[in-house]
Write a protein that binds this ligand. Structure first.
Ligand code: SIN
Length: 281
């Protein structure tokens, strides 16, 4: 498999692949490439929803998709759409997050395929949580290894958030009380496929630190957000028609930029079921 790094830290473009026609050996190699590089770009694909669903299922069964309506014919495919006239309305994925990290077993991988992309703007920014972790000093690492993060969808999908989502015409998001639930995951996890340590934090869904005084927890979460989203740990993907980006949710977080008012943007997303995060220590 021929790969080119997309930054000096993480991310790679993989060349010469047809995602609709991979033999088992190529699929195994691609999976290992995604785990090692955390974000992989494959250009020139133009997958139908059926082809994307089939490819995604080869990486593993579909993850459960809460709150967001999926395609009726393909219950694992979300159409991520913002219409040209929706202006600066809220955009899906527009806050730093790792997909559905509030689940007991969050997704392992996400596949996002460009269908209709603006001529400029609408980039997706990724942060390597492996690189952000590695840059911390040993004292901070030892402290963080002992902590448990409280993940919840409460500030994204609780009933009070419905008006924000209802502003989007192209997507149906139904908030409900399940968003108020909490899942506790180790703040520092061991990646189940690479065995590397990663900081499993994102500001959208990590809303508290277990057993920590609230003001201390807020200060720590602010630090973690500022640190992990520093430019030196990021890759900014500028979409071209036909791009497919596959990322590892266990070792990255991401953000969809909302700077393309006047242009339509449509991408199709599938997630692959993961396993319960395991503590690094
Ligand atoms: C998402 O957060 O899954 C969507 C990202 C994007 O639209 O760029």
């Amino acid at each position: 498999m021929i790969t080119t790094p997309v930054t000096g830290v993480f991310g790679a473009e993989v060349h010469g692949l047809d995602l609709t026609d991979l033999d088992d050996a190529a699929l195994t190699e691609l999976r290992a490439t995604v785990c090692a590089n955390e974000v992989v770009v494959v250009r020139g694909q133009r997958l139908s929803a059926a082809e994307q669903s089939a490819f995604s299922r080869r990486l593993g069964p579909s993850g459960e998709v809460p709150f967001v309506a999926t395609m009726s014919e393909f219950p694992d495919v979300i159409r991520v759409v913002k219409e040209a006239d929706e202006g600066k309305a809220f955009n899906f994925g527009g806050a730093w997050h790792s997909d559905f990290s509030f689940q007991s077993s969050p997704p392992s991988f996400t596949i996002l395929a460009a269908v209709d992309v603006p001529p400029w703007g609408g980039d997706t920014v990724f942060a390597s949580m492996t690189a952000a972790w590695a840059a911390l000093d040993a004292g901070m690492q030892n402290t963080l290894r002992e902590l448990v993060a409280v993940h919840t969808a409460r500030d994204a999908y609780s009933r009070r958030m419905q008006p924000i989502h209802s502003g989007m015409r192209g997507m149906t998001i139904v908030c409900d009380d399940s968003a108020d639930g909490e899942q506790r995951h180790p703040l520092v996890c061991r990646h189940p496929e690479t065995d590397r340590e990663v900081l499993f934090y994102n500001r959208a869904y990590v809303r508290d630190i277990d057993a920590m005084d609230r003001s201390e927890a807020v200060a720590l979460m602010e630090f973690l957000h500022a640190h992990t989203t520093e430019a030196r740990f990021t890759y900014r993907h500028r979409w071209q028609s036909g791009d497919v980006v596959i990322w590892d949710n266990r070792s990255t977080q991401h953000l969809a930029l909302n700077d393309y008012a006047g242009f339509r943007r449509e991408l199709h997303r599938t997630t692959v079921a993961g396993t319960a995060p395991i503590a690094a220590r």
